[in-house]
Design a protein around this ligand. Structure first.
Ligand code: ASP
Length: 335
């Protein structure tokens, strides 16, 4: 008996161990999951989104190729998407009910287990940089609103007026959400719709030393109020990474991702349950999240360079780049 248990554990681990791909993925990004279908995305928008995802992948790849840590790959990729108005992060972040854009972001280092996050900031040009500064230069994991901004100023991060992030299409989305809310006035069952939460961005990177990092950045949910915080800045829900298993960044209806600790659950199933990270990611999205009634998806990159991008919505903006520089970008479910 003394020998049987360790042998069984070894066999389980060996059976589920992910193979090393011949051209491992070194960076995977997402630009949000939701009601993304061919009839809703104009050709111009589709081209712009595909090229922004590719640009983000190339930016992060350049950092990793130069021998920098995975954290640099994550930050460099996410910054590109924060600067692009097509995504719900940085410029183009969705409006809260009071007409401001408020960002949430988080980052985690798979080598050290360190993490940083910020919520509800209104003036930080690149919230992902703030999340990293919280991780590297504070003794805390998560800072919010004014305090987070005070810390960002101390750290010398770029500060901009809130109007810097405002876009016309997000303004129209706020008006539509408020119109719908008025129509349902008195209906306690008002539930935000999928389109109110599209476009969050995230990245997971694997560096030349074999270390992983993951990060997520968002404007959250259109018409959010009462200081609502989604999953994106929450370690274990929106972001999680561990060098022993994989890195994960989430997108979707944040309340479900928080309740189900989606990103950590993928790691835990691989760490303690003997599944590969790919199996874990697929099961967590297509079984756990779906059975709970939640919508969204994740990007997952494991320590060998295997990638998974499961989602249960119509589409998810997503893509990855391999060690040799091969780029793949996808938007719809049938790609
Ligand atoms: N997960 C984000 C939130 O709930 C929204 C998104 O992924 O687009 O704040």
């Amino acid at each position: 008996m003394r020998f049987i248990v360790p042998i069984l554990c070894f066999l389980m681990a060996a059976a589920s161990a992910s193979a090393q791909p011949s051209d491992p993925v070194v960076l995977v990004v997402h630009g949000g999951a939701g009601t993304i279908s061919r009839d809703r995305v104009t050709p111009e928008r589709e081209t712009a989104i595909r090229s922004a995802l590719e640009e983000a992948l190339r930016a992060g790849y350049a950092a990793i190729e130069e021998g920098n840590p995975a954290l640099d790959g994550v930050v460099d990729a996410i910054e590109v998407l924060e600067d692009d108005p097509h995504f719900n992060a940085g410029i183009g972040g969705v409006f809260a009910a009071d007409g401001t854009v408020r960002h949430d972001a988080s980052i985690m280092d798979g080598a050290t287990g360190q993490a940083g996050a910020s919520t509800g900031t209104m003036h930080i040009r690149h919230p992902i940089q703030l999340a990293r500064a919280v991780m590297e230069h504070s003794v805390h994991v998560m800072l919010n609103e004014e305090g987070a901004e005070e810390f960002a100023i101390q750290q010398g991060l770029e500060i901009v007026p809130n109007s810097f992030f405002h876009t016309e299409h997000r303004r129209r989305a706020l008006e539509a959400a408020q119109e719908r809310e008025r129509e349902l006035q008195g209906d306690a069952g008002y539930v935000p719709e999928e389109w109110q939460m599209i476009g969050t961005v995230g990245a997971v990177a694997l560096d030349n030393e074999g270390h992983l990092a993951a990060g997520t950045s968002t404007g959250g949910m259109t018409n959010k109020r009462w200081g609502r915080i989604g999953d994106s800045p929450i370690i274990g829900a929106g972001t999680f990474v561990n060098d022993a298993t994989c890195g994960v960044s989430s997108t979707g209806h944040g309340e479900y991702f928080i309740r189900l600790a989606i990103a950590h659950d993928i790691h835990a199933r691989a760490m303690y349950g003997g599944e590969t990270c790919t199996e874990a990611a697929e099961a967590v999205i297509h079984e756990t999240l779906t059975e709970a009634g939640g919508t969204g998806g994740v990007i997952m990159l494991d320590r060998h360079g295997n990638v998974a991008m499961p989602f249960n919505t119509k589409g998810m903006y997503r893509g990855y780049i391999t060690r040799s520089g091969q780029v793949t970008v996808k938007l719809y479910a049938d790609e």
